[in-house]
Design a binder for this molecule. Structure first.
Ligand code: SAM
Ligand code: SF4
Length: 348
């Protein structure tokens, strides 16, 4: 479903720093996904090439700039920040950013969270919990060590499982994210779900998206989540859940396990009408939609002056430009070129 365009007046300059972020389709933006690095200790086949070129460090927002930017967003009504990447936990001193962001609790921020490949989670889980992180998403497409290595190229399954364990021990609620890949992990959807639910962890299945240098390869490994649902339904009873995470997943309760399964189907566009989020890359580019190329630079305004007025003007500009919905279907069908922007730049 697609929302209708409405008049979107620019807030008067004197109110800008506290005016809510509302786009031209009357959608209120209260969630940011903030990528803190494009680097990663894995090279997942659907995300990065093995000899990936990373950005020069000077292009990245500093930790102080990331904190300042987050504070500006929270001042404008953002209640949830998800830290992502690349792999956020490989960013040097990233824990000092979490500590800084934890100071935004009580100033409007309700939730600080993280998406991680889990490899360094064992090292940081307790500190994350101490900074007020309550939930983490851990990406795990398979529990087979060899397949895991084949998908991630550089990853060690045991490290990720240790990370999941440490997160649970620190009291963090863990959700497993699994990209469904044709011919790769099709045989594991049921066992992965039963395993996760056995430890009280929800699972979300994700359709592979045509992003990055190898977008065409991703189209070949695309598997509709209908196939995942069918595989689960052979042994489990799924009924639509009342649970809503504020994200694009459709949730189902599983009668046999008491757990939940989410299905993230970006191609279906069913979530565009209620889209409440924007993404900021590690270089400070605000992408108003995961599936579109339009972006607004925030790094220039951040660096141009210690005062945030230029930054707020850029946020208002982004609100005017947030598109109605994504174009994955056109990209998929070949009507438009797939995005070459990898997920590691914008974050998942
Ligand atoms: N490195 C962290 C991780 O893997 O969780 C955070 C960043 S990663 C880009 C975020 C999520 O995007 C992961 O769950 C990953 O599986 C997913 N992802 C990456 N490339 C994708 C693609 N082409 N299609 C669908 N999901 C993708
Ligand atoms: Fe790294 Fe996450 Fe991309 Fe895998 S999906 S290469 S872990 S950023």
């Amino acid at each position: 479903m697609r929302p209708n365009k409405v008049e979107n007046p620019v807030p008067p300059a004197e109110n800008r720093a506290s005016a809510a972020l509302v786009d031209s389709y009357a959608r209120r933006i209260d969630y940011i996904r903030l990528s803190v690095t494009d680097r990663c200790n894995f090279r997942c086949v659907y995300c990065m090439s093995e000899n990936m070129n990373f950005l020069p460090k000077a292009d990245l927002l500093t930790l102080e700039e990331l904190e300042r930017l987050s504070a500006a967003f929270v001042g404008r009504g953002v209640r949830k920040i998800r830290i992502t990447g690349g792999e956020p936990l490989v960013r040097r001193n990233v824990m000092s950013l979490f500590l800084g962001l934890s100071r935004l609790f009580g100033k409007g921020l309700d939730e600080l969270t993280l998406t991680t490949n889990g490899a360094l989670l064992a090292r940081h889980a307790q500190e994350l919990a101490d900074c007020g992180v309550r939930r983490v998403n851990v990406s795990l497409d398979t529990r087979d060590a060899e397949k895991f290595r084949a998908i991630t190229r550089w990853g060690e399954l045991a490290e990720v499982l240790a990370g999941v364990e440490a997160a649970r021990a620190a009291g963090l609620k863990v959700k497993i994210n699994c990209v469904a890949l044709k011919g790769v992990n099709e045989d594991e959807f049921l066992s992965l779900t039963e395993w996760a639910h056995g430890f009280g962890m929800d699972v979300s299945f994700i359709e592979v998206m045509p992003l990055g240098e190898d977008a065409v390869h991703n189209i070949e490994s695309f598997l509709s989540l209908d196939a995942v649902a069918a595989a689960l339904a052979e042994r489990l009873t799924l009924s639509p859940s009342t649970h809503a995470s504020g994200g694009p997943a459709h949730y189902f309760d599983v009668a046999e396990t008491g757990g939940r399964v989410g299905f993230i189907t970006p191609l279906s566009q069913h979530f565009c009408d209620s889209c409440n989020r924007v993404r900021v890359t590690c270089t400070g580019q605000l992408y108003t939609c995961l599936g579109q190329e339009d972006r607004v630079d925030l790094r220039g305004p951040l660096r141009s002056s210690p005062d945030d007025s230029a930054l707020h003007a850029a946020l208002d500009e982004a609100m005017r430009r947030k598109p109605r919905g994504h174009d994955f279907v056109a990209q998929w069908s070949g009507a438009r070129a797939p995005s070459r922007r990898p997920m590691s730049l914008t974050g998942g």
